[in-house]
Design a protein around this ligand. Structure first.
Ligand code: XMP
Length: 319
């Protein structure tokens, strides 16, 4: 009779056996998977675990702060917090090609992570929140071009370079099981049910060049959209919902003046693993309310559109 509690205990035993008295480094992304992996490993080996959180400045509103508070204050897990927004924005300055953005972010992330991880004495292991679908995807990646449409960034190559063995306690789990395990471990529900968020973050939700102003504007609009979804009680029915700040200006009217502001795209999809997806059927009334709220509160956005493309042929993200 398989239960999540039994799985947790079994994993804790396995982690202890694998790690012995070695030290483990775990990269936190701000997402559910790495957080669940970290808390599970911390239950197994306590302060032999050090977490490293590289804040790219490309996360959603307040999410970086929430991760730090959760790990430092609630769990007391040793945490190295690197505030790297300026570094990421300056390296991304003037870059608009989606794959170039991913490469820059991936490279910089690994550089920063490696430097910080190098400060942890006697580190022997690197922990990752790899899930079962990630395992399958990287196996099938050798088979054809279908999964190389977008290069997902991870810490590829880093374990070998640093001479670290991998600890991947979530390798057998699907997303919903990771969430159940997170609840079993006492992680707050709001955290556990967070929508997946891509490593390159808002950089791939701002087609074209990224600026600090653009990222701030997108964060503000995205929060209004997600708050409305939560208030409507729809958050957990949706796999991912987010806003995209388009590099397109359109004409509008405000009072008796002409405006010339940017377009914001809204996306919401249902899915079980991110491989295929359907658009979420919001009511027109809901979408109009969100649109009005965003335009009234976000100076610089003059028009809101809803993306009704399924995957395939569209991808979930716009880049
Ligand atoms: P797409 O846009 O390919 O996204 O339909 C499928 C899932 O993957 C996420 N995604 C990424 N995650 N690095 C990541 O870590 C990336 O470069 C990346 N691109 C897309 C996307 O948010 C969705 O959950």
């Amino acid at each position: 009779d398989w239960t999540m509690a039994a799985f947790r205990d079994e994993m804790i035993a396995k982690i202890r056996e694998q790690v012995g008295d070695g030290r483990v480094i775990c990269g936190l992304s701000g997402g559910v998977d790495s957080a669940v992996a970290a808390v599970l490993i911390h239950e197994a080996i306590g302060d032999q675990l050090t977490c490293v959180f590289v804040d790219t400045g490309l996360m959603r509103m307040n999410e970086g702060k929430e991760v730090v508070e959760l790990f430092r204050n609630s769990y007391n897990i040793p945490l190295i917090h690197v505030e790297a927004e300026e570094m990421f924005l300056s390296e991304l300055n003037g870059v608009s090609d989606p794959e170039k953005k991913r490469k820059i972010i991936g490279r910089l992330f690994v550089e920063i992570f490696e430097k910080e991880a190098g400060k942890v004495d006697n580190a022997k292991f690197l922990a990752q929140g790899t899930l079962y679908p990630d395992v399958i995807e990287s196996v099938s990646a050798t088979g054809g071009p279908s999964v190389t449409i977008k290069s997902h960034h991870n810490v590829g190559g880093l374990p070998e370079r640093m001479g670290l063995d991998l600890v991947e306690p979530l390798r057998e789990l699907f997303k919903d099981e990771v969430r159940a395990l997170g609840r079993e471990l006492g992680l707050p529900d709001a955290f556990v049910s967070r929508h997946p968020f891509p490593g390159p973050g808002l950089a791939i939700r701002i087609p074209g060049e990224i600026t600090k102003e653009g990222a701030d504007l997108l964060r503000k609009a995205d929060k209004i959209y997600l708050d409305a979804i939560r208030e409507e009680g729809l958050y957990n029915e949706i796999w991912q919902a987010f806003a995209v700040l388009l590099p397109v200006r359109t004409v509008g009217v405000m009072g008796d003046a002409r405006t010339y502001d940017q377009v914001l795209g809204l996306r919401a999809v249902t899915s079980t693993d991110g491989m295929t997806a359907d658009t979420y059927p919001f009511t027109h009334d809901f979408l109009s309310r969100v649109s009005t709220k965003i335009i009234n509160n976000c100076v610089g956005i003059g028009r809101v559109v809803y993306d009704i493309t399924s995957k395939p042929p569209g991808t979930i993200e716009w880049e």
